[in-house]
Design a binder for this molecule. Structure first.
Ligand code: GLC
Length: 518
């Protein structure tokens, strides 16, 4: 039996650096703050960390607008801080994945400053410049994310429009230009040479563009990220990126943000094992807390990915969406059951920092709203200690605290073995022990309405059964001969005891069918 690559069996923990921990008193988290808390992440049991952007940036989109891909923004520290973080993480067996934003730069990036400086500039064609439409106005009808306005901004000095799929401060690069491809490959080499284990690739489905940039059909217009962005050019570019990663030793990985809300399309970005290693698949993230809807998502993922040998990913929360506890109505019992769901499915799970504390979104008053996309609530700072300033360096953080920081913080929850934090830790430990949880097959099994149950099975004979009760009723599982010990219970009850067949409201169980009471 050959060992699967690390990115199949890992649990990845996403850190939004601005919000993790501030050590220098400017109210914004930094790389030193991440390094300070590696002990905690090792204790929790995560295998890899994905860092949202920490590069030089004017912060129009809080770092997803990059003005230098090969340096750390002074707000977050220095390249030396980054190297120290990688070294300390690797010493603990934790891998580092960095965010890479290939579709657009900042309008302050020297490449764009040059490109904008004149029609004859050698970098003019590094971005997408077009003449106004024949009757005047933008060259086509594309709509920008965040603003909902045209995806084109007119440049008075040179009399042309440039394309920006997001803010005007985020001009799209022209990946049809081989010099752009080469420059961006150099960026990857820069970080690969520094020892990163992989990349999370921002809106990667957007990099290939139809050469003539045709109008979108009217019916798609309210959806800037529709299947219209599904281009053959992107797949060719991905194969080039994959060849680059594969030329490095040590299983370097890329997980792509393929923001197409259709799993059939997402599946194509794995190529035939020669494009992305992993792709985010967001339909489950947008699925409400409902057993039938989740069953269908699990079936769709198996149907689309299994036949092509593609390995799934699962995400409930990230820096772009309301936290799942908040989305599912705020109940901690549900957030706990969701943890069992996320960590029991077949695929690589991505945790978003703070979900292991059961954090909800912060309530952000109007005068503290800073994000053009309205995503501040899920980006609230992580509380480390019960007393203000909650383990931050003193200044008021850039966003308000999430609810109940006095109890919902790392120190308080570590002291309480019944906390959701300890539940996550037990689930992560269970995954490490069980090859079936890490890499086994998944088959759904019979369960009452409102309940999802599935079996994970590994060729070694190792097996686990998971049961998630999405309903508010106590249920009894069908008498199918399912027995074994409760290894983890979302509410902690009955762990180590024989499974009784009963599952409580909003309860989820991990059962080891092979274990017998001692
Ligand atoms: C991705 C990021 C998001 C960012 C956008 C533009 O969707 O996750 O945070 O605003 O790309 O880069």
């Amino acid at each position: 039996m050959s060992e699967p690559p690390w990115w199949k069996t890992s649990v990845v923990y996403q850190i939004y650096p601005r919000s993790f921990c501030d050590t220098n008193g400017d109210g914004v988290g930094d790389l030193a703050g991440i390094r300070r808390h590696l002990d905690h992440l090792e204790w929790l049991g995560v295998d890899a960390i994905w860092l949202s952007p920490f590069y030089r940036s004017p912060m129009a989109d809080f770092g997803y607008d990059i003005s230098d891909y090969c340096d750390v923004d002074p707000l977050f520290g220095t390249l030396a801080d980054f190297d120290a973080l990688v070294e300390d993480a690797h010493d603990r067996g934790i891998r580092i994945i960095v965010d890479w934003v290939p579709n657009h730069t900042s309008d302050q990036h020297p490449w764009f400053v040059e490109s904008r400086s004149g029609r004859d500039n050698p970098r003019r064609d590094w971005y997408l410049w077009r003449d106004p439409a024949p009757g005047g106005g933008p060259p086509n009808n594309w709509v920008a994310a965040f603003t909902g306005g045209p995806a084109w901004t007119y440049d008075d000095a040179t009399g042309q429009y440039y394309l920006h799929s997001f803010l005007p401060a985020q001009p799209d690069l022209n990946w049809a230009n081989p010099e752009v491809v080469e420059a961006m490959h150099d960026v990857l080499r820069f970080w690969l040479d520094r020892g990163v284990d992989g990349f999370r690739v921002d809106v990667v489905h957007l990099i290939g563009k139809a050469p003539d940039l045709p109008d979108d059909p009217e019916e798609y217009l309210p959806i800037p990220h529709s299947g219209l962005n599904h281009r053959p050019e992107t797949h060719e570019l991905l194969r080039g990126l994959r060849r680059l990663l594969d030329s490095y030793p040590g299983d370097r990985m890329m997980v792509g943000e393929v923001y197409l809300l259709d799993t059939t399309m997402v599946a194509t970005y794995y190529g035939s094992g020669d494009e992305l290693h992993l792709a985010f698949n967001f339909p489950p993230l947008y699925t409400p807390w409902d057993a039938e809807r989740w069953r269908s998502q699990i079936e769709i993922v198996s149907r689309e990915l299994d036949p092509i040998g593609a390995w799934p990913t699962w995400v409930l929360s990230n820096h772009d969406n309301k936290r799942h506890r908040t989305r599912y109505g705020g109940s901690e019992a549900r957030a706990r059951a969701a943890a069992v769901l996320l960590l029991g499915l077949r695929g690589t799970p991505f945790l978003y920092a703070g979900e292991e504390l059961g954090l909800e979104d912060a309530v952000v008053p109007d005068d503290r709203v800073v994000d053009p996309g309205g995503r501040d609530g899920c980006r609230a700072p992580i509380p480390w200690e019960p007393a203000p300033p909650h383990g931050w360096a003193g200044a008021d953080p850039w966003l308000p605290w999430p609810p109940e920081p006095g109890t919902r913080n790392v120190v308080s929850e570590r002291e309480d073995p019944a906390s959701i934090l300890h539940l996550y830790r037990r689930l992560l430990a269970a995954r490490r022990r069980s090859p079936s949880l890490r890499e086994g097959d998944l088959s759904l099994i019979d369960a009452p309405p409102g309940v999802l149950a599935w079996r994970r099975a590994h060729q070694s004979g190792d097996e686990r059964v998971l049961i998630v009760n999405f309903s508010a009723e106590r249920v009894t599982m069908p008498p199918s001969g399912l027995s074994g010990l409760v290894e983890v219970a979302s509410d902690g009850s009955g762990e180590g005891a024989l499974f009784t067949g009963e599952v409580g409201p909003d309860q989820a169980l991990l059962i080891d069918p092979g274990a017998t009471a001692s």
